[in-house]
Design a protein. Structure first.
Ligand code: DCP
Ligand code: MG
Length: 400
């Protein structure tokens, strides 16, 4: 039987790298993607004029940054003002999701030409089952994984050819280890490993690097004196079960020992499609009624367009509000018939809004459509989910 060879591929500084394709003069510079600034315009000599971080005022967050900006301490999810303090001269570019989605499709299609068994994990990462791909199992002189290594190089080269972008790849016997390995030698890294490499490459890592150990579980582990994956591996399995419950405790022990049998799932139905926005300044439900109404309608239109593009209709329409004290409320309503119609979504979302006491200023508004099905498909058919396929569907200590 063939050894399992699972790859995890993650694009390097994805949004930033896509932007550098159209602004190549920014290569080598600290660049931050985030906020809603204007797109750069050309000056009289045809050169782009860029906004710098120190000109920013607002509450936007960094979605990603080039490695040069990261070297200054800037990272994803950091407030732009804080980033400005660290890297005042960094160039700031607005996000352009349509463009990132386009490149996302391109790189996935490029990989699919070589290895068709792909699990989509979001805009910039995929798992690839290489087990049956021709050549993957080849062994070279003194290298049992020569075939896997070569295949990873081929995939990396094809992605670059198709997109101009670089990515990092981990190849191991399972998804858990591959996800850890793809991150080890970014950017442009290829890390091929087996269980034998666990003590040297994986055990020194902080436990929270494991996908499924979130901030809460990491903090709890730390309070128990466990910081690294290796320390977690040394902890007694039964003791972990006592501390974290049967499912999560056992999973922690398996994870630390690099045990993971999850298959690469080539397709999964989305559970819901949503859009949300954080305002530049808090908006008052009465005083800013018109502005809010406009944003609300735009969100509904965007969700409707997302549904249409992905080919879904949905029955449950929901809203999410966050007030200036960071309190979040959600409301939803289930329609008789599924829809992808912007006006219908707007009506249902409006009805949800009426059920929320609007007393404080708002900082965030979101619209979601769930209970998705394909147009024409019987809406009442409940989708059966695989209860055992993915340990992350277990009642995890952290929900991520
Ligand atoms: N992203 C985001 N908000 C975050 C983290 C990421 O919007 N808190 C976006 C921007 C990233 C993309 O998702 O470009 C992919 O996320 P990654 O974590 O893979 O980050 P990068 O691809 O930017 O960098 P890396 O080279 O570390 O993978
Ligand atoms: Mg990435």
């Amino acid at each position: 039987m063939n050894r399992r060879l699972i790859a995890h591929l993650d694009m390097d500084a994805f949004y930033a790298s896509v932007e550098l394709l159209r602004y190549p003069d920014l290569r080598g510079q600290p660049v931050v993607i985030g906020g809603r600034g204007a797109v750069p315009e050309r000056d009289a000599e045809g050169r782009y004029r860029y906004a710098r971080l120190d000109s920013y005022a607002g509450r936007g967050v960094v979605t990603t940054a080039t490695y040069e900006a990261r070297a200054l301490g800037v990272h994803s999810a950091m407030g732009m003002m804080k980033a400005a303090a660290l890297a005042p001269h960094a160039v700031m570019l607005p996000v352009d999701f349509d463009r990132y989605r386009h490149y996302s499709r391109l790189f996935k299609a490029a990989v699919a030409e070589i290895a068709p068994c792909i699990e989509d994990r979001g805009i910039d990462e995929i798992y690839i089952d290489l087990t049956e791909v021709p050549g993957a199992q080849d062994t070279g002189q003194g290298d049992a994984l020569a075939g896997a290594r070569e295949l990873a190089r081929t995939i990396q080269a094809r992605v670059r050819e198709a997109t101009g972008l670089s990515c990092s790849i981990g190849v191991t016997p399972n998804k858990l280890l591959s996800k850890l390995c793809s991150d080890l030698e970014k950017p442009g890294g290829i890390v091929v490993a087996t269980h034998d490499d666990l003590p040297v490459r994986i055990w020194p890592l902080p436990a929270r690097r494991i996908n499924g150990i979130g901030p809460k579980a990491a903090a709890r582990l730390e309070s128990l004196g466990i910081r690294t994956v290796g320390e977690l591996a040394q902890a007694d399995r039964q003791w972990l079960v006592e501390q974290f419950g049967a499912a999560y405790g056992a999973w922690l022990n398996d994870a630390a020992h690099g045990r993971d049998e999850r298959p690469v799932v080539t397709y999964s139905e989305p559970k819901s499609i949503s859009r949300e926005t954080t305002f530049e300044r808090d908006l008052h439900p009465r005083m800013d009624r018109e502005t809010l109404g406009g944003i609300f309608t735009r969100l509904c239109t965007q969700v409707a367009a997302d549904l249409a593009r992905k080919g879904y209709v949905g029955r449950t329409i929901g809203i999410k509000l966050r007030d200036d004290r960071f309190r979040t409320v959600t409301r939803d309503v289930t329609l008789e018939q599924p829809t992808a119609d912007a006006a219908e979504i707007r009506r249902a979302a409006g009805a949800c809004l009426k059920r929320v006491p609007l007393e404080r200023r708002l900082r965030l508004l979101g619209v979601r459509v769930g209970s998705l099905c394909r147009p024409g498909e019987a809406a009442a058919v409940a989708r059966v989910r695989d209860p055992a396929g993915d340990p992350h569907t277990l009642p995890l200590f952290d929900s991520e």
